[in-house]
Ligand binder design. Structure first.
Ligand code: BES
Ligand code: MN
Ligand code: ZN
Length: 480
């Protein structure tokens, strides 16, 4: 989708449709001049109550050659006192989906009602862009519908903001593609290919043998049941000469549970257990494209978790990179094993902060459904920064506590730690497990198990992989 800005009047701008956003109870007032040329068509649609202005409400009207746009789309924004950037984003997503279904190609967006709200019209566009995603690579016939061009009618200088949301949308698309791609194609080696296709970053890959030699016994124990070669992927981006921020993405390309096998119902969705890694790749792409002045060290400890003949077994004890031992209670609590070694690895580079993003626990999705990322960490100021980015992007985070008492949950009878504290409190005891490895480095853990996948279409997220975390981390890094 091509996005541009033009200082132009609605009635003289040639396009398939001009979108006229309207608040509830606003009436035709903001568009009186247009209504006049249209012989009162807008006013009539509103007074007849065919259009109410509620969020997502829409009316499409043909202009019969009276003005340059062939159609107008009245698009509801909700009540003035309730409007937030997120509502505008959702309105954008809904408008674009509506126009897509009708096969409409070229839209213009009027900003008259948006600009007085002191919200950037660019968030509406962001909704349009994010909602236009489709995953079609496995279909014979592609769906070529959807908006091809959108022009914002404004005299404001919003070019930089547009560049940002375009980069964010492209990076989100990349993350969604990687996650939607089934695990037979999106293997650890597939993630390596995705990493190597990024520009302005350097990529290093540690294979099974090297990881063993380095002492990443926890990470490698997850890979033992699979024939698919594990790949510990390290990506660096240096936009500034400072201590790096480390981004770690869980990258289990398929999580069968291993010997602690998962139930078969819904297991096909476990291809999304690399969504944290996909988000990190998306962030690296966008950050490099935008030349952000930050230093990033990204790590994806990629592997499958399968129950092969040489797989790890419950009761096995493994040794981490830093030397501590872990008793494997459940081979299905594999994410924290891989992450423990990833955290150990990045600590050698003296990072200023570590952020891990992972589909870590079913309990996260039980607690929040699709609506929030569970956030835990050892540094309040780092968490406050993520909270701020979360408010800007509506990729919501919600903080969970890491009480010292949770240490008891992961005490092992024979090793330094165990990888599962059982069902009770598992969202937080998993976070606590990671905290043990972060030590005194400022660290935040983001559990995206509930938000990385959606079973139903959302206003600007088609069903399937959501690409969650990309915009959150992009904004966090931009604000640094
Ligand atoms: N990848 C899963 C968590 C998950 C579940 C993500 C559902 C998305 C949807 C993780 O590896 C896992 O299996 N966790 C276990 C941990 C338990 C064995 C302590 C869980 O949450 O059930
Ligand atoms: Mn698992
Ligand atoms: Zn998992």
């Amino acid at each position: 989708m091509n996005v541009s800005v033009k200082d132009n009047k609605e009635i003289t701008f040639s396009c398939d449709v001009v979108i006229l956003p309207l608040l509830e109870h606003q009436g035709v007032r903001p568009y009186r001049d247009i209504d006049k040329v249209l012989d009162g068509l807008l006013g009539k649609t509103i007074s007849s109550r065919e259009f109410s202005g509620r969020l997502g409400d829409m009316s499409l009207l043909h202009t019969q050659g009276r003005i340059k746009p062939e159609r107008v789309l009245l698009a509801g924004l909700g009540k003035k006192e309730d409007v937030t950037p997120e509502m505008l984003r959702q309105a954008g997503g809904k408008a674009a989906s509506y126009l897509r279904a009708l096969g409409i190609r070229y839209a213009a967006l009027s900003t008259r009602t948006i600009e007085p709200l002191h919200i950037s019209p660019v968030v509406f566009l962001e909704g349009c862009l994010l909602s236009a995603y489709r995953f079609e690579k496995y279909r014979k016939e592609e769906d070529h519908k959807g908006l091809k061009r959108i022009t914002v009618l404004s005299r404001k200088d919003i070019g930089t903001q547009i560049k940002w949301i375009e980069a964010a949308a492209k990076a989100t698309y990349l993350a969604r593609d990687l996650v939607n791609t089934p695990s037979n194609d999106m293997t650890p080696s597939g993630l390596v290919r995705a990493a190597r296709s990024l520009k302005k970053v350097s990529v290093k890959v540690i294979d099974r043998k090297q990881a063993e030699a380095l002492g990443m016994g926890a990470y490698i124990s997850v890979a033992k049941g699979s024939m698919e070669p594990p790949k510990f992927i390290v990506i660096a981006y240096k936009g500034k000469n400072v201590r790096p921020v480390a981004l770690i993405g869980k990258a289990i390309t398929f999580d069968s549970g291993g010997i602690s096998l998962k139930p078969s119902e819904g297991m096909e969705k476990m291809k999304y257990d690399m969504a944290g890694g996909a988000a990190v790749l998306g962030v690296m792409k966008a950050v490099a494209e935008m030349n952000l002045p930050v230093h990033l060290l990204a790590v994806l400890p990629a592997t499958e978790n399968l129950p092969g003949g040489s797989a790890s077994k419950p009761g096995d004890v493994v040794r981490t990179l830093e030397g501590r031992t872990i008793e494997i209670i459940s081979t299905d609590a594999e994410g924290r094993l891989a992450l423990a070694d990833a955290i150990g690895y990045v600590k050698k580079f003296k990072p200023a902060a570590i952020i891990d993003i992972a589909t870590l626990t079913g309990a996260c999705s039980i607690a929040f459904g699709n609506e929030a990322i569970a956030m835990m960490g050892n540094d309040d100021s780092l968490m406050a920064k993520l909270k701020k980015a979360s408010e800007e992007t509506a990729e919501r985070v919600w903080q969970m506590p890491l009480f010292d008492e949770y240490r008891e949950y992961i005490k092992s009878d024979i090793a330094d730690l165990k990888n599962s504290g059982g069902r009770s409190g598992s969202l937080v005891s998993s976070g606590y497990f990671l905290k043990e490895f972060a030590g005194d480095v400022p660290w935040v853990h983001l559990d995206i198990a509930g938000t990385a996948w959606t079973d139903k279409d959302r206003p600007y997220i088609p069903k399937g992989a959501t690409g969650i975390g990309v915009r959150l981390l992009m904004n966090f890094l931009k604000n640094l």
